[in-house]
Design a protein around this ligand. Structure first.
Ligand SMILES: N[C@@H](CCC[C@H](N)C(=O)O)C(=O)O
Length: 271
């Protein structure tokens, strides 16, 4: 088995990226392969896996999968990593477009390791409604920024807040069935700066950053008059994402680093 791959991190949200333009992954049982290779400590480990494929419309097409093998319509940090992968491998120039289930994403390679993407137009916005979580009434908002997100403002200390406990309850709440949702907890920590911690669907844990979640949180926080665009997001990794809201256009900017490149060994799947 010889599968060349890149391990990349988008501000702490990490991905395995494989060039599948030759179709080498098409015979794989991806439902089995992805959770194995994304498992931490026993294999490569990642929050998600991205296959780069040919497109007859734009520069390329991707398939995005969460660590549990589920397919997702979009991923903000993954899209920044995929764009840099495409640029580094001569698949696209500095400005590019690619196909996702959510729609066409436009990306631009910036200075250093930075990549800026324009996400698809958000929809399903609902601000400030109550749901019952763990026996308490909680005020939440929700919006789809390519994938579904719930946004909750945390009044207490956000750094010690139990994101997994509350996130898991909301992620599987009846209100969001059958698709489920990602859940973002935020607090204002500076002028136009928010701390955001996200419980991610398909990883079933807090991740170190979430791009579409940072955009969802920024949109809700701007609508509620808490901050103005551009919004700085301090992610769980401590790295900063920048969100620009320009009328209906939404942009996400931040680092997309190559951690290492390698060849996947058969042993990485035999456990
Ligand atoms: N980490 C992502 C979102 C990935 C998809 C999500 N887990 C879902 O299933 O909806 C991001 O950076 O946007």
């Amino acid at each position: 088995m010889n599968i060349p791959f890149y391990k990349m991190t988008g501000s702490g949200n990490d991905f395995i990226i494989i060039d599948n333009r030759d179709g080498k992954m098409n015979d794989f049982n991806l439902k089995d392969f992805i959770p194995k290779v994304c498992a931490r400590c026993v294999s490569v480990g990642a929050d998600g896996l991205i296959l780069i494929e040919n497109s007859d419309k734009v520069d390329f097409k991707w398939q995005f999968f969460n660590a549990d093998g589920s397919s997702a319509e979009m991923c903000g940090n993954g899209s920044r990593c995929a764009a840099r992968f495409a640029y580094l491998n001569g698949i696209a120039g500095k400005k590019m477009k690619f196909e996702t289930i959510a729609g066409i994403i436009e990306a631009e390679i910036m200075d250093g390791f930075n990549v800026k993407v324009q996400l698809t137009e958000p929809f399903d916005e609902k601000i400030d409604y109550e749901i019952e979580v763990l026996g308490e009434k909680l005020t939440v908002s929700s919006i789809n920024t390519g994938v579904p997100h719930v946004v909750v403002e945390v009044k207490d200390d956000i750094y010690s807040f139990d994101v997994v406990k509350y996130g898991r309850e909301i992620r599987f709440h009846d209100v969001y069935k059958p698709a489920g949702t990602n859940v973002n907890f935020f607090k204002k920590i500076g002028e136009n700066k928010l701390k955001v911690r996200t419980y991610e669907r398909g990883v079933e844990n807090e991740t170190m950053a979430c791009g579409t979640g940072s955009v969802a949180t920024s949109i809700i926080a701007v609508k509620k008059g808490i901050v103005n665009s551009p919004v700085e997001i301090e992610t769980s990794s401590g790295l900063i994402l920048k969100v620009y809201l320009e009328d209906k256009k939404v942009f996400l900017e931040g680092e997309a680093r190559v951690v290492y490149t390698g060849n996947l060994n058969k042993e990485a799947l035999e456990y």
